[in-house]
Design a binder for this molecule. Structure first.
Ligand code: G3H
Length: 479
């Protein structure tokens, strides 16, 4: 509720980027170092505010709840430049993309308010069937634990938090490990816009703060964007599994399929942004390219050349696409994937691939990648691009069907007769087929989800309001 006056132990937060020539992270500030006891107090605040569905927030009138959300978004907008700076310094996202993340989040909240207004709130409206009058409404689920990822620390944390709040739930949220300070300028806006205890924050290690909260059995919804390992570990802590609702955005290994008649200029550019926007640290990134044998030589030549032209630098510099990586172990991990692939027969086909600095490794295009390589199996979430040749589209479809993931596909080609049946098959294997364009989550009004290990529930403005609520009704009978 108080979001947050802290006099206890703190953790230092360092930047991902450095303003000095010799790489040295800058201290940006501190955040509370919470322990189990504090986390449980925070949970109590959320439970008290929910008050078994009788709290001010879950019972608040539609117009009043909207007013709170509108007050919040208008205060949030005042913090734009500060939050953008934190995004840039904490996770190394380019200045234009950091601004985009902020603006997109504001737009997301405004669209959520609009969509919420469209829900059937009219208490005078009844549905009648077989002599039963039903007054159906949409209500909250309870107390929600939200955990966002480091690659969209503002936007994706809010993509969970905002719809959960809008539907009358109370929330405990945990910022990502990298991208934690950027939420500080917004805490006062939360505190002054919502009733006490409705929005609550926990800081610290998942094991020390999120796990004990789950162990109480008092979390009704686990909402997480991140990796399956954390999602499973947290679910396992909950003593009453069937009571727990899940809203999860997880890993993906989205394939880009390049057919013989693809427009190569367009395909190369889309594959560049698809694989390397924010250094490939996006769940929607193209993480495998499948190129048809008939076009592969030309594609690889052009693609490798374009990758080598990309500029690495600080996020505020003009024209920079590649920026420092926030996870200290990431360059070494990417190097391991490269070494494994090379050992098993792939080559780096671009000249600069694998060049390293202290906190970066230049994107490596690996060819030919085979099923036994780690880079084929693992979600790299970083600057390495595996390319696999193919000849038979049937075999490729089998491969996609056998994958553990099912978020999106990009399909590059022009023969509509050939594309149509392929599209029909692919939409039953993934949840979005992108024609001649790279994969992406937005626009945020369209459904964002995945099959298999990629997601549980749907996140989009419209769908998220439904994911965080339940339809209930009051029934009466004809006399
Ligand atoms: O990391 C996963 C994000 O949902 C990617 O979103 O496609 O808008 O970059 P994006």
């Amino acid at each position: 509720g108080e979001l947050i006056k802290w006099e206890g132990k703190t953790d230092e937060v360092f930047s991902t980027i450095s303003s000095s020539e010799d790489y040295k992270p800058t201290k940006l500030g501190t955040v509370p170092h919470m322990d189990k006891e504090t986390a449980l107090e925070v949970l109590k605040s959320a439970c008290d505010a929910y008050a078994k569905g009788q709290g001010d927030w879950p019972t608040m009138k539609v117009a009043d709840r909207i007013a709170c959300m509108e007050a919040f978004v208008s205060k949030m907008k005042e913090q734009r430049e500060l939050v953008v700076k934190y995004i840039m310094w904490e996770i190394g996202k380019s200045l234009p993309d950091s601004r985009k993340e902020f603006d997109r989040t504001v737009e997301y909240i405004i669209d959520t308010i609009e969509d919420y207004k469209q829900l059937d709130h009219d208490s005078a409206k009844f549905h009648k069937k077989e002599g039963v009058y039903a007054h159906i409404r949409r209500g909250p689920l309870g107390v929600v634990l939200c955990l966002g990822p480091y690659n969209y620390p503002l936007n994706e944390t809010f993509a969970l938090l905002i719809p959960a709040l809008m539907m009358g739930n109370t929330v405990v949220f945990k910022p990502a490990k990298h991208g934690v300070l950027l939420l500080s300028p917004l805490l006062e806006a939360f505190r002054s816009s919502f009733p006490k205890g409705v929005v609550n924050v926990i800081y610290g290690r998942g094991r020390e703060v999120a796990a004990p909260i789950m162990q109480t059995g008092r979390i009704d919804v686990l909402a997480l964007i991140g990796n399956s390992k954390s999602a499973i570990a947290l679910q396992d802590q909950h003593p009453y599994k069937n009571r727990l609702r899940l809203v999860l955005g997880l890993e993906a290994k989205n394939p880009g399929i390049i057919l013989p008649d693809a427009d190569l200029d367009l395909t190369v550019e889309e594959c560049i942004s698809g694989t390397l926007s924010f250094n490939g640290q996006r769940c929607t990134a193209l993480k495998m390219l499948y190129v048809h044998d008939d076009i592969r030589e030309e594609f690889l030549k052009r693609f490798a050349k374009r990758v080598d032209e990309l500029k690495f630098g600080n996020p505020w510099e003009d024209g920079v696409m590649l920026t420092p990586l926030p996870e200290p172990g990431k360059p070494a991990y990417i190097q391991e994937l490269i070494d494994d692939a090379k050992f098993k027969g792939a080559q780096i086909i671009n000249e600069r691939g694998g060049e390293t600095t202290d906190n970066y490794i230049f994107p490596a295009v690996l060819f030919p990648v085979t099923d036994d390589m780690r880079v084929y199996e693992e979600e790299q979430f970083g600057p390495v691009i595996p390319v696999k040749p193919f000849n038979s589209i049937e075999d490729l479809l089998d491969e996609i069907a056998d994958s553990n993931y099912g978020q999106q596909v990009s399909l590059f080609g022009n023969d509509i007769k050939e594309l149509a049946p392929l599209i029909d098959t692919l939409v039953n294997l993934v949840c979005r087929v992108n024609l001649n364009s790279s994969c992406q989550r937005g626009p945020d009004v369209f459904p964002f989800t995945g099959r298999k290990d990629s997601a549980v529930g749907t996140l989009s403005v419209h769908d998220a309001l439904r994911s965080f609520s339940i339809r209930t009704f009051v029934a009466s009978k004809d006399k």
